[in-house]
Write a protein that binds this ligand. Structure first.
Ligand SMILES: Cc1cc2nc3c(=O)[nH]c(=O)nc-3n(C[C@H](O)[C@H](O)[C@H](O)COP(=O)(O)OP(=O)(O)OC[C@H]3O[C@@H](n4cnc5c(N)ncnc54)[C@H](O)[C@@H]3O)c2cc1C
Length: 485
């Protein structure tokens, strides 16, 4: 450790307690990566925050010493967002696991950022409520990480992403000030700073408490699994369901390769010979669900087999294959890239064909498992790092898939964020001026670029990651629309 970091460690030990400050290299290595394990950086030191006061003290110390810091929840992120900074402090919030309040009367829960997503629903269920956004990682990912990534999940088709379920947050701004954004009641006046914070990937500060919207448990849930010969048929059924005005809680699709992997990993028993399966779940008042379920069944007429979950156990089995799919591809390939992009739902069949063509042209297998209802693709690009050239070919396929997402009017990320991994792809979607304008927002929160630097934006601009204040004059400044401070 350098002298500056030594002094910072000393100050932090005094402020938060010696047992919360890690400086031993072996211990630091535990935090060298998130779920995207091919990027690794050992942080200069780690603080295991136990309270908002610990986060305030740590961020203040970093601000005074101009040392960068990175927040980390459970470390399940798939875009390298929680990748540490080699000369910086990693602030881990996973020990902040208090559910402060469950208030069914106004349909709210107040939680610390390290609370695991599923624990919110577990705490709310006895009151007849649950927390709707359900990333497939919901058994391990934290609410703080969900807020930073604006995470989605299978049931976000009907209920919306994290941003639709966060009504307030206490954050530690990058200068160490404790600030409240949003309010318990809806529609706080003024700029929607909470909206800017959700999905900002740790670049605007660290959240230390979140007020969440709870959703009433549905009276009825019905789930079917439809097996089709082709992804075209499954894609057409998805579009037909939405076009008919039915908004299922979830519509998920897996192609043949993804099914093969799930079968090998968890024996989910999906129909043999399927080129694609759809899982369609409806929830709501019983009468409405019954009527719409009949409609969905008729719209899946091209399926060669339809199974209807008879009870919760069978429903869980349908979901087991889908929810285990990412990890399951490890059964059919030594290495893989989890890609994440989004396209208009109606483009699904065409884009899946184009992905097939790219895959064949490069000799690289791609398993598709995704949130079909909202066009959020998760192509899993399979390769063997032990075979010369395969990793490069897989990277090429992965990049070509993002190009397809942009070509069809979608985006380079649907829900996993930009992080470290996709910062280089941002110019494929945005002009330099667009990116500079985004940096102005960042500057307003973090003029010294200390909060998760090097993430989201490809080239440091304005008061970004370069030393000094800014480069050049932004068009928004020239026209008097914005100023840099
Ligand atoms: C098997 C698997 C399945 C997944 N499925 C989904 C899915 O269906 N949908 C989906 O959206 N994602 C999914 N993910 C990705 C990941 O789980 C989510 O992005 C999740 O929200 C990350 O939470 P975390 O606590 O692990 O955050 P981390 O990985 O620790 O951090 C993620 C980002 O949040 C920031 N951050 C963390 N805590 C805070 C805080 N308190 N304040 C400010 N910033 C903070 C970090 O700096 C980083 O930028 C999946 C991941 C895996 C491994």
């Amino acid at each position: 450790m350098g002298a500056g970091i030594d002094a910072l460690a000393e100050r932090l030990r005094d402020a938060v307690g010696a047992d919360r400050v890690l400086t031993d290299r072996q211990e630091l290595r535990t935090y060298e990566c998130d779920g995207l394990a091919h990027y690794k950086v050992i942080p200069a030191l780690v603080v295991l925050a136990g309270s908002a006061a610990d986060v305030v003290a740590t961020v203040q110390a970093c601000a005074d010493a101009r040392v960068p810091f990175v927040a980390r929840g459970s470390g399940t992120g798939l875009s390298g967002g929680a990748l540490p900074h080699a000369e910086g402090v990693l602030i881990v919030t996973s020990q902040m696991r208090r559910i402060v309040e469950v208030a069914p009367d106004d349909e709210r829960a107040v939680v610390e950022p390290g609370v695991i997503n599923l624990q919110v629903s577990k705490a709310a269920t006895p009151h007849g409520y649950y927390y709707a956004p359900d990333p497939s990682s919901q058994q391990i990912c934290s609410i703080g990480g969900n807020v930073a990534e604006n995470s989605g999940g299978a049931h976000c088709l009907k209920y919306g992403f994290t941003t639709n379920h966060v009504v307030g947050a206490q954050i530690v701004a990058p200068d160490g000030e404790l600030v409240r954004l949003g309010a318990r009641a809806p529609d706080a006046p003024g700029y929607d700073l909470l909206g800017a914070f959700v999905g900002s990937e740790g670049t605007l500060g660290i959240t230390t408490e979140v007020t969440l919207r709870l959703v009433r448990l549905p009276e009825s849930v019905r789930t079917l699994l439809a097996a089709f010969e082709t992804t075209d048929q499954a894609g057409a059924a998805t579009s037909a369901i939405i076009a008919a005005g039915v908004v299922p809680a979830a519509v998920e699709m897996m192609d043949a390769l993804a099914i093969e992997a799930a079968e090998a990993a968890v024996s989910c028993g999906y129909p043999r010979g399927a080129g694609a399966v759809l899982i369609v779940e409806l929830d709501g008042p019983a009468a409405e669900v019954e009527a719409q379920f009949a409609q969905v069944l008729s719209l899946c007429a091209e399926a060669f087999e339809i199974r209807i979950a008879a009870d919760d156990a069978e429903r869980a089995l349908f979901w087991k294959g889908r929810k285990s799919a990412f990890a399951a591809v490890g059964r059919i390939s030594p290495d893989y890239i989890v890609q994440d992009g989004v396209i208009p739902r109606t483009a699904l069949p065409e884009v899946l064909h184009r992905i097939g063509e790219v895959s064949a042209a490069h000799g690289v297998r791609v398993a598709n498992v995704f949130h079909a209802g909202d066009g959020n693709l998760h192509p899993l690009v399979l390769f063997d790092d032990g075979v010369a050239g395969e990793a490069e070919r897989a990277e090429a396929v992965s990049g070509a898939i993002l190009d397809l997402c942009i070509e069809y009017g979608g985006s380079i990320t649907g829900e996993h964020g930009v992080g470290m991994d996709k910062a280089k792809h941002m110019p494929r979607m945005f002009t330099d001026d667009d990116l500079d304008t985004m940096q102005l927002v960042r500057c307003a929160f973090d003029p010294h670029a200390l909060s998760n630097p090097g993430k989201v934006f490809p080239t440091p601009r304005l008061c970004g990651e370069v030393p000094g204040r800014h480069r050049g004059t932004h068009p928004a400044q020239e026209t008097g629309l914005a100023e840099i401070f």
